[in-house]
Design a protein around this ligand. Structure first.
Ligand SMILES: NC(=O)c1ccc[n+]([C@@H]2O[C@H](COP(=O)([O-])OP(=O)(O)OC[C@H]3O[C@@H](n4cnc5c(N)ncnc54)[C@H](O)[C@@H]3O)[C@@H](O)[C@H]2O)c1
Length: 291
């Protein structure tokens, strides 16, 4: 159906998807992937809205599954006067982790954020002003805080790599029974050894008494909010592409970084390397387009 001269502009995630990549290469179409478009600071502006949604949702989902009827240990995140709040551990203080922390702090939980980036920990420390502990992430710190946690949120990302397994099955076995782990990084393979992807229909399963929530597409559960958030970020590029596709891709290096496939060539190095295609730099491939 797709053909040369057409532009496909959406999430593609081609590196782990050889079948879709082959069909897009054969189509000759120009394919711009949301997930590799960059901004002036080197961030990923079309991924951020989904991370914001998933981060905020992770605490909502975790709080719900801490309820006894959901398999949780029957703990209220905020506690009440006379009863201590729940302990929430967030591993990874990026967009997901920050949004999770703001929800957990807002709900009155006892929050710890672990990250491996000192500059990021500094930012978070300034932001939360003592309302969340910001701690350097080591195996020892993960073990210490996971063993006392009621809710653990996995929010790490190592760019271009599968998520590291930060909670081992052995550690999960030693956690409190009825604790909840929410593996937001499940779309990158998951950061807990016991994680496997679930859906909104059946979001959780239990391993060694610990409730696992591993929904691979969390924003799908709040599709209205997620769609509006995504449109806010994608629309300006869509208008630029519609008005002048060649000009937009040539002149805007951040949009050009989104070009993954063009006229039968793979123009994104990580995808070419992952799937064994020759890599053609985007500006080279686009020259043919301009002629
Ligand atoms: N399941 C879903 O629906 C859904 C939705 C959005 C995002 N995600 C996923 O959530 C994850 C996080 O996304 P993000 O946008 O917050 O990424 P991000 O790049 O903004 O943040 C990731 C953070 O993880 C930290 N980190 C890396 N290794 C670590 C380690 N060993 N210990 C502690 N911290 C470590 C990094 O320093 C960084 O601050 C990604 O895997 C993303 O794909 C999933």
């Amino acid at each position: 159906m797709l053909r040369e001269g057409q532009i496909l502009y959406t999430y593609l995630h081609l590196a782990p998807d050889p079948d879709q990549t082959k069909l897009l290469v054969e189509s000759g179409a120009t394919c711009v992937a949301y997930e590799t478009v960059t901004d002036a600071e080197g961030g990923l502006p079309l991924l951020a809205p989904m991370s914001e949604v998933a981060g905020r949702m992770s605490v909502q989902a975790g709080a719900h599954h801490l309820e006894k009827a959901q398999g949780g240990r029957g703990v209220l995140l905020a506690g009440v006067p006379g009863v201590a709040p729940a302990k929430v551990l967030i591993i990874g203080g990026g967009v997901v982790g920050d949004n999770a922390a703001s929800m957990a702090v807002g709900m009155g939980a006892d929050v710890t954020i672990l990250d491996r980036s000192i500059p990021r920990l500094r930012q978070l420390d300034n932001e939360y002003e003592g309302r969340a502990r910001c701690v350097f992430s080591t195996n020892a710190a993960i073990e210490e805080y996971a063993l006392e946690a009621d809710l653990v949120i996995g929010a790490v990302l190592v760019h271009g790599a599968a998520a590291p397994k930060l909670l081992s099955s052995n550690l999960i076995k030693r956690m409190k029974k009825g604790a909840v782990v929410v593996d937001v990084a499940i779309d990158q393979g998951g950061c807990f050894e016991t994680s496997k992807a679930t859906t909104h229909d059946q979001p959780t399963y239990i391993v060694d008494g610990v409730v696992h929530y591993c929904v691979a597409n969390m924003p799908g559960g709040v599709a209205r909010t997620a769609t509006m958030a995504l449109n806010n970020a994608t629309l300006p590029y869509a208008i630029a592409l519609a008005n002048d596709p060649v000009g937009a891709l040539f002149t805007n290096p951040n949009l050009q970084n989104g070009l993954n496939v063009h006229k039968g060539s793979i123009t994104y190095k990580a995808v070419a390397d992952a799937l064994g295609y020759p890599y053609v730099p985007a500006d080279e491939a686009l020259k043919a387009y301009a002629q």
